[in-house]
Design a binder for this molecule. Structure first.
Ligand SMILES: Cc1cc2nc3c(=O)[nH]c(=O)nc-3n(C[C@H](O)[C@H](O)[C@H](O)COP(=O)(O)OP(=O)(O)OC[C@H]3O[C@@H](n4cnc5c(N)ncnc54)[C@H](O)[C@@H]3O)c2cc1C
Length: 411
C-alpha cells in the first residue's frame, strides 16, 4: 500500500468503531476515527459489560409478546413505552414480532453465535498485557425465584441446545455455592462457565483505540463526498477529510448517516439504564442475571453495576431516572445488606434491529462504504467479529464467517 494513501475513516468511537479501527490498523491501513465525544462515552459506556460465547438468544423470541402487557402494566417492570412515540416505533415493533417466530428466531440465534463465539480470544489479542484487570472470565450466573420452568424457559434451553450450548442447571443450594452474596430466594439457576465480562466498558473502548494506533479526531461526521461509486471524503463540522474508505460505526446515529448514502434501515433506539453503587457493601464473585426482572448485576472496577431494562421512547425525551431506581429496588431484594448510598445513574441508546443482529457489509452502490452498526443488546460480545468481517471486506478477502445474515439490506 502506498504510504500517501488516504486513511480509512471509522465514524464513531464506541466499542464497534474501536474494534474496527484495531482490525483495520492491524492490516496495515492508516485509520482515522472521528467522534466529537470522548471514546466510549456513548452506549458503550454504561452497559453490563458481559461478553458471551454464543450463550445468549435474540431478544425477540416466540411467545414473548404474551408477556408484554404484563410488563407494561407493572411499574417495576423491565419494559416501558412512552406512548406519544408509539406511532413512530410501531413499524419496528411489528417487525420485531415477525422476527420472533420460531424458525426466524432460531436462525438469528445461530447467526448471533457465529459472531459472538470468538470474542474472548479476540479481546485478549487486541488488549495484550492490558487485558489483565480489564477482562474477567468468571462464568455468568442466571437466577429465577420461581422453581418451575415456563414454556419460554424450555424453549430458550432448546434453542441453546440447538447451538451446542448446555449451561449447568442449578438448584437453590448450588446457586448459593456459586454466589453466596445472593438472598436465599432463588430456586433455579443456570451457570455459563465460559462467559466473561469487562470491569470497565469505557476503558475497554479507550484501551483498544489507543492500542490500535489510529488517529482520533474530535469531529462530527455530517456527510460524504462521493464520485461515482466511491466515497472520496467525509465532511465534518471542522472540514473535509479525504479517505480511501469509510466505516459507519456511529451507534444509533448510524441510521441518519446511512440514509445519507441511500441505505434506509429500521434501526430503533432501545433505551437502557444502569444504577451503580460505589460502596455496595457486598461483593459478587460472578455477574448475575436476574431473569425474572431482566437485568444484570456486574462487579466492576468502580463498584457494583445493575444494568438493563428497555424503554421505547426515541432519543429526544430526557432520561426517566425512575427506570434506574427500579433496578435498585430489585437489587435490594437480591442482595441482603446492599448499601444503596450515593448511586450514579446512566441511560444509553442501544442501536437495535428487530432481529437482534447488526448490519455488517457494504452499503449498496458504493465500493468503499461499510456498515458496522446496530449491535443492540450485544455490542460488547459482537464487535470483535464484526471488526474482522469489516477488515476482510476492506482488504478484499473472503470474510472470516458468512456475512449474509448481517447484510445491511436484509430488511
Ligand atoms: C443497559 C445496557 C446494558 C447492556 N449490556 C450489554 C452487555 O452486557 N453485553 C453486551 O455485549 N452489550 C450490552 N449492551 C449493548 C452495548 O452497550 C451496545 O450494543 C454497544 O455499546 C453499541 O456500541 P456502538 O459502538 O455501536 O455505539 P456507541 O457506544 O453508542 O458509539 C457510537 C459512537 O458514535 C458517535 N457518533 C454518533 N454520531 C456521530 C457522527 N455523526 N460523527 C462521529 N461520531 C458519531 C457517538 O458519539 C458514539 O461515541 C448493553 C446496553 C445497555 C443500554
Amino acid at each position: 500500500m502506498a504510504s500517501d494513501e488516504p486513511p480509512v475513516i471509522v465514524i464513531g468511537a464506541g466499542i464497534a468503531g474501536a474494534c474496527c479501527a484495531h482490525a483495520l490498523a492491524a492490516d496495515g491501513r492508516a485509520v482515522v476515527v472521528i467522534d466529537e465525544n470522548e471514546p466510549g462515552s456513548g452506549c458503550s459506556y454504561g452497559n453490563a459489560g458481559q461478553f458471551n460465547l454464543g450463550t445468549t438468544l435474540p431478544i425477540a423470541l416466540p411467545g414473548m409478546w404474551r408477556q408484554v402487557p404484563k410488563w407494561l402494566a407493572d411499574p417495576l417492570g423491565p419494559l416501558a413505552v412512552r406512548w406519544p412515540y408509539l406511532p413512530r416505533a410501531a413499524p419496528w415493533l411489528l417487525r420485531w414480532l415477525w422476527e420472533s417466530r420460531r424458525a426466524r428466531a432460531s436462525r438469528h440465534s445461530l447467526a448471533l453465535q457465529a459472531l459472538m463465539a470468538p470474542c474472548h480470544d479476540a479481546y485478549r489479542a487486541m488488549l495484550g498485557p492490558e487485558a489483565a484487570g480489564l477482562l474477567v472470565q468468571s462464568g455468568h450466573l442466571h437466577v429465577w425465584e420461581r422453581a418451575h420452568q415456563t414454556d419460554g424457559d424450555r424453549l430458550s434451553l432448546a434453542m441453546l441446545a440447538d447451538k451446542g450450548v448446555h449451561p449447568q442447571p442449578l438448584d437453590a443450594g448450588a446457586i448459593r455455592e456459586i454466589e453466596p452474596a445472593l438472598a436465599p430466594i432463588y430456586q433455579r439457576g443456570l451457570f455459563f462457565p465460559g462467559n466473561g465480562f469487562t470491569t470497565n466498558p469505557a476503558r475497554l473502548v479507550q484501551t483498544i483505540l489507543r492500542r490500535s494506533g489510529a488517529t482520533l479526531r474530535a469531529e462530527r461526521a455530517l456527510g460524504f463526498e462521493r464520485q461515482n461509486n466511491e466515497i472520496k471524503a467525509v465532511r465534518t463540522n471542522a472540514g473535509t477529510i479525504p479517505c480511501a474508505g469509510v466505516v459507519i460505526a456511529a451507534g444509533h446515529a448510524s441510521r441518519e448517516l446511512a440514509a445519507g448514502l441511500g441505505l434506509r434501515v429500521p434501526l430503533e433506539v432501545e433505551r437502557g439504564y444502569h444504577a451503580m453503587l460505589p460502596t455496595p457493601g457486598v461483593s459478587l464473585r460472578v455477574p448475575v442475571s436476574n431473569n425474572e426482572h431482566t437485568f444484570v448485576a456486574t462487579p466492576m472496577e468502580h463498584g457494583l453495576r445493575f444494568a438493563g431494562t428497555v424503554e421505547i421512547a426515541g432519543t429526544a425525551p430526557p432520561p426517566d431516572w425512575r427506570r434506574s431506581d427500579i433496578l435498585l429496588t430489585h437489587a435490594t431484594r437480591m442482595l441482603p445488606g446492599l448499601n444503596t448510598a450515593t448511586p450514579s445513574r446512566w441511560m444509553g441508546f442501544r442501536p437495535s434491529f428487530p432481529d437482534s443482529l447488526p448490519a455488517i457489509g457494504r452499503v449498496p452502490g458504493l465500493s468503499n462504504a461499510i456498515a458496522a452498526f446496530g449491535h443492540g443488546h450485544y455490542g460488547i460480545s459482537l464487535s470483535p467479529m464484526t471488526a474482522r468481517i469489516v477488515a476482510d471486506l476492506v482488504a478484499g478477502r473472503p470474510p472470516a464467517i458468512d456475512p449474509l445474515p448481517y447484510r445491511p439490506t436484509r430488511f
